[in-house]
Design a protein around this ligand. Structure first.
Ligand SMILES: [Zn+2]
Length: 477
């Protein structure tokens, strides 16, 4: 942690088997000049937000070239890797002594699209107003890009000796074109980014009424799949209703799938998540979170009912979830169609076996007229989670305590992130992010919302938190 004296213990074994211990006060790493760093972080952040990198079409090149320029000016070797010339990824590396495997810090330079009419400040203005900075990408994900950039620059300037290489990656194409971003890097240039640990987007610190409530560090995510239901039956004139009507069979199947109570599954992350959430919740809420962890369905059942009704994200975190999203049926009013389809968005719980799940779903639907199968989707790999008992998580927990004075909840996200590709290669990835007001999303200022903004003070706090966590995990001992 910052400001603590460092000591090196030298153990000298003498011939008479006596052990002499000499303590030498080692030079504590020089401390960053935070006011100057904040000023610079703001400058880089605003420059990046002012670049329109919306995806599609995703023109990340100006942002990539800017980052390369800033890093190279500091003497940090930097390379661009591009599957498509206008969509480069940036990789820079600070060398360590090789005692430990590298730490990768990443963010994506592309953003989701905008509807200009919906913005009170122009979406690429990076306008500062009332303590906020406005613009597309301010919380997704130019905040992480800036924090990672500042960590590189600061460690280089202070000449901090490192036990592991520190690798910076700014990715293109996270918002729906991962083939030019993380997939390209993992499949074609993995040695450039291979690491023991990675920090990326996917977590945050939650504030409510201006007060910090807890920090979420994402350690695991559900695995997106798609299931297609196909119902078939004889076609006919709609003036004569048929029991075999494929539309009716499909509708019933969709209803049964959505109402099927998929069994609860827990893992290390979700157990610790609910235990810790209970420790900071009201007595009633705490009792429900603890009840979810019970093996006795008479105890977990009512709590699960409550989650399905009132806290659907929590209900999804404890099982493979099913959301019907598309139905294609019929082509004219007076014709009973012979074949109709529905698609279910399925988020597999990592402990569920897909084939077993499919078999159970078929049983729940229980209709020979309806075929139930997995269908193609842009599938992220589903193996690997980040450990809670590893140094990476402990360092983040300690930095959360120092900077936010709050508890860390390890989180399994219901959605998918680019970390899935890295975890599948064995990298221990933790999702982090700045503090966000829980009220801001519903007001329309969250990631992917009509507008987007970050609290300026929280950007700076995140830069400091990020630096401390990175420095602690990478510095030489
Ligand atoms: Zn993002």
């Amino acid at each position: 942690m910052r400001g603590m004296p460092r000591f090196i213990f030298l153990y000298i074994v003498c011939s008479a088997s006596a052990v002499a211990v000499i303590t030498i006060s080692a030079q504590a790493p020089a401390q960053p000049d935070w006011p100057r760093i904040e000023e610079e972080a703001l400058r880089h952040f605003q420059t990046l937000v002012r670049m329109n990198t919306t995806d599609p079409p995703g023109g990340e090149k100006p942002a990539a070239e800017y980052l390369k320029h800033v890093l190279e000016q500091e003497g940090i070797p930097t390379q661009l890797f591009a599957l498509e010339a206008h969509r480069p990824n940036v990789v820079a590396r600070l060398k360590g002594n090789g005692k430990k495997r590298p730490l990768l810090i990443l963010g994506h330079t592309d953003t989701v699209n905008i509807d200009e009419k919906k913005w009170s400040f122009p979406p690429f203005s990076a306008a500062r107003d009332g303590g906020y900075i406005y613009g597309r990408g301010t919380v997704d994900d130019k905040d992480n890009v800036t924090a990672a950039l500042m960590a590189m620059l600061t460690l280089k300037r202070l000449n901090v000796p490192l036990d592991r290489d520190l690798i910076f990656l700014s990715e293109a194409g996270e918002e729906g074109t991962t083939r030019v971003g993380i997939q390209f890097m993992v499949n074609q240039h993995f040695p450039e980014i291979d690491a023991e640990y990675c920090f990326a987007e996917g977590g945050n610190v939650t504030r409510e009424a201006g007060k910090v409530k807890y920090a979420s560090v994402q350690t695991l995510e559900k695995i997106p799949r798609a299931v297609e239901l196909v119902a078939r039956g004889p076609s006919g004139h709609a003036s004569v209703p048929l029991k075999t009507n494929a539309v009716v069979h499909l509708s019933e199947a969709v209803g049964k799938a959505a109402q099927w109570r998929v069994p609860i599954r827990l893992n290390e992350t979700t157990r610790v998540y609910f235990e810790r959430l209970a420790s900071i919740s009201s007595p009633e809420a705490a009792a429900r979170y603890r009840a979810l962890l019970s093996n006795d369905p008479r105890i977990s059942g009512p709590a699960d009912d409550y989650m399905l009704e009132h806290e659907p994200r929590h209900a999804s975190m404890i099982r493979t979830s099913i959301s019907p999203t598309m139905i294609q049926a019929g082509y004219r009013l007076n014709v009973i169609p012979s074949e109709v389809r529905a698609t279910l968005d399925v988020r597999m719980h990592p402990s569920d076996n897909p084939e077993t799940f499919l078999g159970e779903l078929r049983k729940a639907i229980n209709d020979p007229a309806v075929e139930v199968n997995f269908t193609a989707r842009d599938v992220r790999p589903g193996t690997g989670s980040a450990r809670l008992d590893f140094e990476g998580f402990k360092v983040l927990e300690a930095a959360v305590k120092t900077h936010y004075d709050t508890i860390t909840l390890p989180t399994m996200s219901t959605g998918a992130t680019d970390m899935a590709y890295l975890r599948a290669k064995g990298v221990q990835c933790y999702g982090i992010g700045p503090a966000i007001d829980i009220e801001d999303g519903p007001k329309g200022f969250g990631a992917h919302s009509d507008q987007e903004r970050i609290l300026e003070s929280e950007l700076y706090r995140f830069v400091r938190f990020h630096y401390d966590a990175v420095a602690e995990l990478a510095r030489a001992r």
